[in-house]
Design a protein around this ligand. Structure first.
Ligand SMILES: *Cc1c(COP(=O)(O)O)cnc(C)c1O
Length: 441
């Protein structure tokens, strides 16, 4: 088989087929698009399973008491949740909607954790009623509110507390969450975290299991995890001494990066697993803590590489000496990450993945914003109207952030199964969907 360019950022089953086109698990991507339409999001089942196994295998090898908890906000779909469940993962949700979705997909409630900085009363009630496994408390308001809700329902809720370790993870400022100036978590530095431990332990209807932090995403460096684990374990030891906090559980969050550009690849999952596990073991030894159950919360790194967005080329605008815009039939409505975070993507010609680049172009979306550009200055072979372009590494935070801006219908999603079937797992929206919630007099 011919060596596939961009193999590091494409699904593991991607290849070039005999027709010279991009294939996923042996299925010709153009054939799939001809069947299901464009734009289209493809997910490769074998990549999702492989990522789950890499996380479970590598972490348990270094730290047997690990559970992997998939963050469903990265991509939620019943078929994908089924795969995640079969691989033995837990999940987390951040809204009542995500919880309802997970429960509708029959995900076991005891394996669900509820995150979020401002859960409202009705959401907390729904979660406790469903018998959710964990709720991760993020504010003083929530300590009281959840204690009250659990009391009304005559139960005790297992909870963790989200602390903020004031550590800069060196990622985009809009995706840093563990710094002092953040809306998330109880700051250890200001003393809020200690007050939260004392307050939560005093509530009759809350059972505090341990501590959680999440630094941000995507983190291409390992050091921020090391520093934060050391700092939070030192805090936990002090809380054990002062407030008798038993650290049964410890979660250093998610945030593991994926390769978006083949020139900027992240550490391997094995490397994240080794650093995080060894940091926790050594901090527990240093501070005299029993080794807690560890919960790792990857979202992006489970589904990101599995997803490929495919668009059709429409108009091409050449501005001599300035730039060539290649317009496609999707854009910020299905992938807002370039506009929101200056995220960068590789672009591949589905019809000619091995073609020598002949030009530098900018891939423009079809939405009415000048900032609706999917990729700037990418090198491509000649492309013409109706050619298909693939954006690899589109599996995380694209579909879930999609909107109906400009009243554009959102794309269909197809799962390429391990048996090489193209299975529709979300149908393309129709105009009727757009009209469904409108009220016409
Ligand atoms: C979003 C989030 C995650 C997952 O982040 P990824 O970058 O997708 O791995 C994990 N934990 C918490 C609390 C989050 O908010």
């Amino acid at each position: 088989m011919t060596q596939l360019p961009l193999a590091d950022v494409l699904p593991i089953s991607a290849s070039v087929n005999d027709a010279g086109r991009l294939a996923i698990n042996g299925l010709d991507v153009r054939d799939i698009v001809e069947e299901f339409g464009s734009p289209l999001y493809l997910f490769d089942e074998s990549t999702i399973r492989e990522m789950c196994r890499e996380f479970v295998g590598n972490f348990r090898r270094h730290y047997p008491k690990t559970d992997i908890e998939y963050s469903t906000k990265a991509m939620s779909n019943p078929a994908i949740l089924k795969i995640i469940e079969q691989e033995g993962l837990h999940i987390d949700v951040v809204t009542g909607g995500e919880l309802a979705f997970a429960l509708a997909a029959n995900f076991p409630a005891e394996k669900i954790n509820f995150h979020g900085n401002n859960k409202v009363r009705s959401e907390l009630r729904e979660a406790v009623e469903a018998g959710i496994g964990r709720i991760t408390i993020d504010s003083f308001h929530e300590i009281e509110l959840l204690n009250e809700v659990a009391g009304e329902l005559g139960t005790t809720q297992d909870v963790n507390l989200r602390v903020s370790p004031s550590i800069d993870p060196h990622t985009h400022r809009l995706t840093s969450t563990g710094v002092l100036d953040s809306k998330f978590g109880f700051s250890i530095e200001t003393g809020d975290a200690e007050k939260a431990v004392a307050a939560a332990l005093a509530q009759p209807n809350l059972d505090v299991q341990g501590l959680h932090f999440h630094l941000g995403s995507p983190l291409f460096e390992l050091e921020p995890y090391e520093e934060a684990i050391e700092y939070v374990c030192a805090f936990a030891a002090r809380m054990k001494w002062v407030h008798h906090l038993e650290l049964n559980e410890f979660s250093p969050g998610g945030g593991m990066a994926i390769g978006y550009l083949s020139s900027k690849l992240p550490p391997t999952i094995a490397e994240y697993a080794q650093t995080i596990s060894e940091s926790l073991v050594s901090a527990c030894t240093k501070y005299g803590l029993d080794q807690p159950r560890m919960i790792i919360e990857p979202g992006r790194s489970i589904v990101g590489r599995a997803g490929v967005a495919v668009y059709s080329v429409g108009g091409i605008k050449r501005i001599p000496g300035v730039r060539t815009y290649v317009s496609v039939d999707g854009g910020m409505g299905d992938n807002i990450r370039p506009a929101l975070y200056e995220a960068e993507y590789e672009v591949m010609s589905v019809d000619d993945p091995l073609g020598e680049p002949t030009q530098k172009v900018t891939i423009a979306g079809k939405f009415c914003e000048s900032g609706d550009l999917l990729a700037k200055d990418v090198e491509l072979p000649d492309v013409k109207t109706d050619d298909l372009l693939a954006l690899p590494a589109s599996g995380a935070y694209c579909v879930p952030m999609a909107s109906n801006y400009n009243l554009q219908t959102r794309p269909a999603i197809v799962l390429v199964t391990e048996q090489s079937e193209a299975r529709l797992i979300r149908r393309r929206e129709t105009y009727a969907d757009l009209l469904a919630t409108a009220i016409f007099e």
